[in-house]
Design a protein around this ligand. Structure first.
Ligand code: FAD
Length: 388
């Protein structure tokens, strides 16, 4: 895809490659085993300028395009899923919501602190009984003087309870359906807010996936980012960029796995010759490469639709759906190229295989993305509720 990539972008990628080889690759396996990434490492990502790089300079950013950020996310993803996801979370999604829909006071308060790595951001949408059916969420926000009182529980929150900020989707004033949903910024230490059970996950183990709980939590009204009342579309639109970011992480993992496996296969000898001299292996390398390039095309295309980190919904869903599926297939193919060693924990592909499976769920399942794609093609909304 070099035809899309400018010289400046190639320089950005070369720089991040150097950083990733020195500061990330040597530790990725350890963070997986420890099930923890030290805050010092996260700070290094921020110090290198990878958090908030899509923000305007006045909010501590570099005004990078979404495609610039996607290239960086892809490169980092080759070495470490968690580092790459951290870059997504601090350029798209919840921070994109604040950038686009927050008040000026919120932008000035939150975004520079995120860019400096002082405050990390989670997003709290999913609930035990509201996953794909997000508009069924029940976490309640009720007005009380200068505060909103929040009650409820969120589940599967990446970084839940270990990040300073969480943008929480809640139901305001008991209004049912999408119209009752708005978003409020909850901060570490606010009364009535705590983290719950950590969910032991198959992959991406260095980050805490967790419940977060609100028991009469008092959240200042100044933290209301998107008020309820026809705002659900805004909230979802800001999440499109997160999906393209997640797709770039998946692409990075897949490309990293293929690079690693090819380097191995090109040295491995069987039947008296390099295994890459067998046509069966050459065809597999070609097939994996075609799939990688197809993924890359969809992801870069979606990134090019971005305005202030918000990407087009249809393009984002195409990228996410294709990447989530193909990346699993590609990493599995890379593992196959390595024979038994691909399955060994002494090589990174075993970790990548576990990590890459998450993209069929996180950021909205493949099936839900497909409903969005079909809705675009058919030119009408496709309500999923039995009573709709
Ligand atoms: C690693 C990871 C990280 C995550 N991080 C976050 C986070 O930071 N913040 C957050 O809020 N959430 C997060 N999530 C939650 C994620 O968004 C949800 O898992 C996802 O939206 C699906 O919800 P569910 O798990 O409840 O599955 P369900 O909604 O119960 O779905 C179960 C199955 O049914 C299918 N299905 C449901 N409805 C339909 C339909 N109408 N048509 C066809 N098929 C359907 C789904 O596609 C799925 O295959 C994360 C999840 C994972 C695994």
């Amino acid at each position: 895809m070099s035809f899309l990539i400018s010289e400046k972008q190639q320089e950005i990628v070369a720089k991040v490659r150097e950083f990733a080889l020195e500061e990330i690759a040597p530790y990725a396996q350890k963070w997986d085993v420890d099930e923890h990434v030290p805050r010092e490492h996260i700070q290094k990502l921020a110090d290198a300028g990878y958090f908030g790089m899509t923000f305007p300079e006045k909010y501590g950013g570099k005004n990078y395009s979404a495609l610039d950020a996607i290239l960086i996310i892809e490169e980092v993803g080759k070495h470490c899923t968690i580092s790459s996801r951290l870059i997504v979370d601090h350029n798209f999604g919840a921070v994109g919501t604040i950038l686009n829909f927050g008040t000026e006071e919120q932008r000035q308060r939150v975004l520079p602190a995120v860019a400096r790595g002082e405050k990390l951001m989670s997003i709290g949408m999913t609930e035990p009984q509201a996953g794909s059916a997000l508009t069924d969420l029940t976490t309640a926000a009720e007005e009380n003087g200068e505060n909103y009182i929040l009650n409820g529980c969120k589940r599967w929150i990446t970084g839940g309870g270990e990040r300073e900020y969480t943008l929480v989707y809640a139901r305001f004033g008991g209004v049912s359906g999408a119209d009752g949903i708005g978003a409020i910024l909850v901060e570490e230490g606010m009364q009535g807010y705590r983290s719950g059970e950590r969910i032991p996950s198959m992959g991406v183990r260095g980050v805490r996936e967790s419940e977060i709980i609100f028991e009469n939590a008092q959240i200042p009204k100044a933290n209301l980012v998107v008020p309820a009342g026809s705002s659900f579309g805004k909230l979802m639109s800001a999440y499109n960029g997160q999906r393209v970011g997640a797709s770039a992480v998946a692409l990075g993992i897949a490309q990293g796995a293929v690079d690693y496996a090819i380097a191995y296969a090109d040295k491995r000898q069987q039947f008296g010759q390099r295994i890459t001299d067998f046509q069966g292996i050459q065809f597999e390398i070609a097939d994996l490469t075609i799939e990688l390039e197809a993924m890359r095309s969809l992801i870069y295309r979606a990134a090019l639709t971005a305005k202030n980190t918000i990407t087009n919904r249809y393009e984002s869903s195409l990228a996410k759906t294709y990447s989530a599926k193909k990346a699993v297939h590609i990493v599995s193919g890379a593992m196959q190229l390595m024979g038994g060693n691909g399955y060994s924990r002494k090589h990174p592909i075993e970790r990548m295989y576990r990590d890459v499976r998450m993209f069929g769920f996180g950021g909205g399942t493949t099936e839900i993305q497909k409903i969005g794609i079909a809705s675009h093609v058919l030119g009408r909304s496709l309500p999923q509720h039995r009573d709709s």
